[in-house]
Design a protein around this ligand. Structure first.
Ligand SMILES: Nc1ncnc2c1ncn2[C@@H]1O[C@H](COP(=O)(O)OP(=O)(O)OP(=O)(O)O)[C@@H](O)[C@H]1O
Length: 237
């Protein structure tokens, strides 16, 4: 895997139609495991993830990786909150990034089938991906991101509106990826999920990093009144 970390964001600011969505944000991400980005609706979680991944225009600031930008782009993946399925079979969706990366079809199919089985869709490999359930689509989208063995994986609300069983399956995929050396950065509204997965937490409020820390300390004894209130389930704006 490409050595991409630390990720260093400095003064990252995104403004749209005269409104500052995030920033300035300074953030350093290194080590391994899962970083969770949490905060109220509209705090800027999605915008921050997209800014770090390089798919939204910055109005100020920089995002730097430990490797050249072209290499960094190829070694990271992003899974959107609403998974985008190609109008092809489950298996063809899975092998798409492998083929785009130049892998021979036979090898790609073998790896794709292995992943189909791993996410419990072995019997559905020929089915159109568009007819899958929401949970199945999310698993497929995550598997399609992981199949290229990215060094860094961004996930925006990976289990929004999934039930307990589907959420568990998605979390297992994420944990396995993190154990395998993929650095995961995800946003979530689910504080149970944040506690289960996080190595460290970033609490965003009104587009700024309000508090950041290792998960055990952050969840046990947050340092700011707003983070305490948020974790207690109070409305924080
Ligand atoms: N292209 C855009 N133009 C104008 N405003 C935008 C644009 N994209 C996002 N916003 C606004 O920026 C703010 C941050 O949005 P973002 O989706 O990043 O927040 P979030 O923390 O992910 O929210 P949620 O928890 O509701 O998903 C919101 O007020 C949103 O309405």
């Amino acid at each position: 895997m490409v050595e991409m970390l630390p990720l260093v964001a400095t003064g990252v600011t995104v403004t749209r139609r005269g409104k500052r969505l995030i920033g300035p944000v300074d953030l350093n991400i290194e080590g391994d495991g899962v970083t969770v980005v949490i905060g109220p609706n509209g705090a800027g979680k999605t915008t921050l993830l997209q800014a770090l991944h390089g798919i939204t225009r910055l109005n100020a600031g920089t995002v730097r990786w430990a490797c050249p930008a072209t290499q960094a782009r190829r070694a990271q993946a992003f899974v959107f909150q609403t998974p985008v399925m190609l109008r092809r079979s489950v298996l063809e969706n899975l092998i798409y990034p492998l083929r785009a990366g130049g892998m021979a079809r036979k090898a790609a199919l073998a790896l794709g089938r292995e992943w189909c089985g791993r996410i419990g869709l072995g019997a559905a490999e020929g089915r159109p991906a568009t007819v899958l359930s929401r949970g199945e689509k999310q698993k497929l989208a995550i598997a399609r991101a992981l199949i290229i063995e990215p060094a860094v994986l961004f996930l925006d609300e990976p289990s929004a509106s999934l039930d307990g069983g589907a959420t568990r399956e998605v979390e297992t995929l994420i944990e396995t990826a993190a154990k395998g050396g993929t650095r995961v950065i995800l946003s979530t509204h689910d504080m149970g999920q944040a506690r289960r997965l996080a190595r460290d937490a970033v609490f965003l409020l009104r587009g700024r990093v309000h508090e950041r820390g290792p998960a055990p300390e952050f969840f046990h004894s947050p340092g700011t009144a707003q983070a305490r209130a948020f974790l207690a389930g109070d409305i924080v704006e």
